[in-house]
Design a protein around this ligand. Structure first.
Ligand code: F6R
Length: 369
């Protein structure tokens, strides 16, 4: 039931304050300054010995895995590799003994992800699954796992499952971190910020008005670039995937600083670039990437934080459009910044008359190779 919403996708985007609340319910434990999961089925000693983590999945779940890489490396200090499940299943990478393979999947039925999981098990690795669908094949076959509790996702384009995956990965990073180097103080601060997430997401959704204006301006484009750095590089990839899937506009995501190594050749008056440029350590760096695009006549849309007026004035002078989202610590930026990109893909697809919930050539769950 879509209720008041025109499409399942829009309903699911607006459900995210609740789906994230459900992902965190009972899992943030102030008393331990850590997180808790019922279904990992692994004793902490074994987890502490983990020397490497491999995150694997397809499509949007693969992008969540890329965010997970930044999270695990920053907070748990464990080397992480991210692999497309479809590639991982046929490769023969050297893997050490103390490696944990984590499969990420909304449906729990994706054929490539299942095959990657089975191959990892066959080699004797400990496997975990982050799944949304309870009792799905991958949830059943993994040694342990964490459910997303996002509720049914009906729109073919994944939205709330993605933010729940990232939320669970952040909680896992705290958990692994607290078994190793992360101090109680740091753990506590992260938990406090995560508790505020549902409210912050609610506030973020008010960017819909900004997004509508941007969609009006760029919905006739034939190609769109998405640029971000650090935690927001995977979000740029995800934003581009959303647009491709439901509006059939060609889009590419890049680390913002990679532009000058080739993609900037695509920039012209008809090719908008969407920059993820929140306040923080890399603001000035991304700003100079943005100026390079502007100088070549490309329309520039910036997604940034409200608040600091002088910084905003500076951005306004350089950009054609601004979309404002709340300011959060860096590790939560992927959650906040993916929301305007989901809404933008949705709005553009609607303006182009596309079938948002059932895009051509795509199925909700890809159970063939
Ligand atoms: C994107 C999308 C797909 C899926 C991919 C993996 O919006 O829906 O890219 O993310 O097919 O599906 P799951 O997560 O079910 O394994």
């Amino acid at each position: 039931d879509r209720g008041e919403f025109a499409h399942h996708m829009l309903k699911e985007i607006f459900e995210q304050p609740d789906s994230l609340e459900n992902a965190m319910r009972g899992r943030l434990v102030e008393a331990d300054a850590s997180t808790h999961f019922g279904g990992l089925n692994l004793d902490p000693q074994k987890l502490r010995q983990a020397e490497r983590i491999i995150l694997t999945g397809c499509g949007t779940s693969y992008h969540a895995a890329l965010v997970g890489e930044y999270l695990f490396e920053e907070f748990a200090r464990i080397p992480v590799e991210v692999e497309y499940a479809s590639e991982f299943r046929y490769r023969n990478p050297p893997i050490d003994r103390n490696t944990i393979v984590i499969a990420i999947t909304q449906s729990g039925e994706t054929a490539d992800t299942l095959a990657a999981l089975r191959e990892s098990k066959r080699k004797g690795h400990t496997t975990l699954a982050l799944c949304n669908v309870v009792g799905s094949t991958i949830a059943r076959e993994a040694d342990g796992g964490v459910y997303l509790h996002a509720g049914p996702e009906i729109g073919v384009a994944s939205t709330k499952a993605f933010t729940s995956q990232v939320t669970v990965l952040a909680m896992l990073a705290i958990y692994f971190g607290r078994l190793r180097h992360l101090s109680a103080l740091q753990g506590m601060q992260m938990i406090e910020r995560m508790r505020q997430l549902p409210e912050i997401i609610r506030e973020t959704l008010t960017c819909y008005d900004d997004v509508r204006r941007v969609a009006q301006r760029i919905h006739t484009a034939r190609s769109v670039l998405y640029l971000g750095r650090n935690y927001l590089y995977p979000v740029a990839l995800e934003g581009a995937l959303k647009l491709k899937e439901i509006s059939y506009i060609h889009a590419e995501g890049y680390p913002a600083a990679e532009m000058k190594h080739g993609p900037i050749a695509l920039v012209d008056a008809d090719t908008p670039s969407i920059f993820l440029i929140p306040r923080g350590g890399l603001f000035e760096k991304v700003m100079s990437n943005l100026e390079e695009v502007k100088a070549r006549g490309g329309p520039v849309i910036a997604i940034t934080n409200d608040g600091d007026e002088s910084q905003l004035a500076h951005l306004r002078a350089k950009c054609d459009e601004l979309i404002l989202v709340p300011e959060v610590p860096e590790f939560l930026q992927p959650l906040i910044c993916s929301i305007p990109l989901q809404l933008l893909a949705y709005e553009i697809a609607v303006l182009r008359g596309c079938d948002v919930d059932k895009p051509r050539n795509l199925a909700k769950s890809v159970t063939v190779e």
